[in-house]
Each structure stands twice: as C-alpha cells, then as structure tokens.
Write a protein that binds this ligand. Sequence first.
Ligand code: PXG
Length: 452
Amino acid sequence: AADAAHFLHPFTDHQGLAAKGARIITRADGIYLWDNDGHRILDAMSGLWCVNVGYGQRALVDAATKQLQTLPFYNAFFQTATPPAIELAELLAEVTPPQFQRVFFSGSGSEGNDTVVRMVRRYWDILGQPQRQVIISRHNAYHGSTMAGASLGGMAGMHAQGGLPIPGIVHIGQPHAWERGAAMSKEEFGVVAARWLEAKILEVGADQVAAFIGEPVQGAGGVIIPPASYWPEIQRICDRHGILLVSDEVICGFGRTGAWFGCETFGFRPDLMTFAKGVTSGYVPLGGVMVGDRVARVLVEQGGEFAHGYTYSGHPVACAVGVANIRLIQQLDLVRHVHDDVGPYLAERYAELATHPLVGEAETCGLMGALQLVDGKSGDGHGRAFDPALEVGMLCRGHCFREGVIMRAVGDRMIIAPPLVITRAQIDEMVALIRRCLDLTLADLQARGCVH
Ligand code: PXG
C-alpha cells in the first residue's frame, strides 16, 4: 500500500500497478532472487541487464564499505580527484580497445549519452565546423530516458511524450533481418541496412552530420542481433564521410557478448563508447563515456574548458566498486567463460527451442538471447506476427512470473541476458523453465482458438 501511495515507478502505468500491487524483491544470491513471499526466482535478466558478476559478491560489498568509511564523496570539478576515480580510469583504459585512453564519468547510461551529444558537438565546434550538429541513430534503439537519451533512442512511444526528439537527431531503420522476411540472405540484408546510413548522410548533407550512434546489439529493442556484415559496412561509411562513430555499450559492455565490449565482437572501431550497468554490475550507479584518441586529442589539446559535468562524475564509492567489479571479471575469467563455454552452450540450447511451434526465430549473442513468438509456423517455417492486441509476449511473461523465471517481453519477442557467472547446469534449468512457459502460452492460445 505504501508503494502504491508514494512510489512512482519508471515506465509504469501507476493506476494499473496500484490495482495489482508490485512484487517486492527482498534479497538475492548468485543468479537467483527471492520475493517477500519467499519465492525463488531465476533472474534471466541480470536485474536490468547489469548484474554481470551475479548477486552477493563480497569483493564489491567490501570495496564499497571501505570507501564509504574512508571518503564517501569528493568532487572532481575544481582541480581535485580521488584515488578510486583515477584507478578506475586507468583500469578502463586497460580493458577497453587501444584507442581509448581517457574516460568521462557520469552517473548513468542516459547521462553518458547526454555527454556524448555535448561532446561530439563540442568536437566539431573546436574544429571550426559548428554546423556539424546532426546525430544519426536508429528506430527501436534505446539510449536512455533523459531528453538527449530519449531523443537518440528510436522508441515511438517515448517520442510521443514531451516533444521529442530534440532538434538535430534523426533516425534510420534497424538491422533486423527477421522483420524484413526472407527476400535476401542475412548478410546481404546487413549491407543494405548499413547503407541506409549512407542514404541518410547524403540526405542531411555530409557536412552537417556529427556522428552515428548504435548499440552493437540492440538490447531493450528486443535483442536485435545484426548480421555480421552490418557493422563493418557502418564503419566504412563513417570513415568515408569523416563522421564520428559512437558505440553505446551500456548493455553490451563488460563481457555480455563474449568480448570485453560489443564493438570487439562485431569488428568495429568506435571513436566514443558509452558504458554504465556492467561497469559496477549494478551494485551502485555509475556510467560514462570512453573517449577515443581522435576526440581526446582535439578536446584536450585545443578545446580549453569543456563546460559539462555532473556532481557524481567520478564518485569515489561508485568507482571503488567499479574497480572491484572489473578485477573480479578478470579473476573469474568471465569474458572467456562467456566466449568459450556458456555462450556457445546457450546458443546450442536455444537452437533446440527454435523447433518449438511458437518460436519463429531463436537467436543468441554471448549471453543475450531472443525468441520471436509467431503464429502459423508450420507453413513456411518463418511464421507470422500475432495480432498485437493478443499481447502474446505479455501472456508468456505472466507465465514466467508465476513459474519463477524473469524474462522480458518486447512485443512478442522474449529476451534474456542472465548473469555472466551462470553455469551450464543453470542454463539447463533456465531453458527448461522457458520451455515450460512457452508450452503454457501455446496452450492458452490454443484454448482461445488463436493459433493456426
Ligand atoms: N543505453 C543503452 C543501450 C541502454 O540499454 C541506457 C543507455 C540508459 O542507461 P540508464 O542507466 O540511464 O538507464 C540503457 C538502459 C529494458 C530497459 O526494459 C533497458 C534499459 C533501461 C531500462 C529498461 O530493457 N537500458
């Protein structure tokens, strides 16, 4: 009752939630959560794509405690710094691709992307090209919920509220081969989708374009995994027109795709990289932007003061947890664990789910997975989208909730991103739960005469 009376939840219909009541999560360990009724739940979403090292890691708790006792806060505005912020900056330079030697800290991914917008425009300003303002992004991208984050994002529902996008941000289509049908091969389609960027650059005028931003794999949009041909072609187009390439690694970073960063999995070389979530495994809020040599050189050597920053840029407690988290990822060898072991194993288990009558596409990348729920698959194997009014994804999510596994529904796409510490046996448990929820969803639809 107190929750309903006082707490406005993010992305929530408050009246609808008040009628049902929120589920209260009280504790967690490893890959499992417990609610206040004592139910155990397998968290196949890592909190919200962030708890990469799993729950209950003592090293992160100790790092936070120690820093809270020593120096809970000091700022980095007026020619001061704190040891954890310096140590994390150095460590980030070590684990990110070689062009990244500098970092700008924020408190979240949204703030990181606000920094990106300010920074790329500042970059072109310093270079005497202030007309280069336009940032190109993609429909169905998610880059956060601040004014700039929501504008960069391509979520129609968000743009419909509050006069978004802000000026100077335009969108192209997403590289989702399934959505386009089987007219061409995936790899051919990847090149076609990348060339939408070139068409947009020419339409806007190359001398007006500041940057292109994309998530290596779109997360909140439904785990949209681009064909291997997509990112190299995007890189070629950005290089050709001299525009900055920004990788939003808020979800893909810190091991999720089976490399330290998604740009490494997909073979491109960004100028800027937004991060958050996995940098602290979500234990405390932290985000930021890795600034590549091309931008850093201009900003540092020619730029003078960059009039931008947040109270919590380089927060010592958050940074101390970030250091402990990255060291733990290294100690547990989690990137290799995803790349060589549990990533391929999840892919194998998901390939089995592809034969389920409701599943039109089953795809994984590292420890992200998507199941596209479709109708009438027996025909061409590809199936058709369900009538959105049936809310098949929400139906399935309801079963997951009751069966004790957390999956996200994005329309009729069921997605997962479990903690990187997950074992093969736990993947078996997770896939068995998912299969059970698919069966229950199918049974519901059959009972209502909604499947063909
Ligand atoms: N970029 C990407 C790629 C994200 O996924 C943000 C930026 C913004 O980060 P902050 O820390 O400001 O939230 C995100 C966040 C979902 C969901 O439902 C995904 C996110 C946030 C909330 C919900 O999948 N991603």
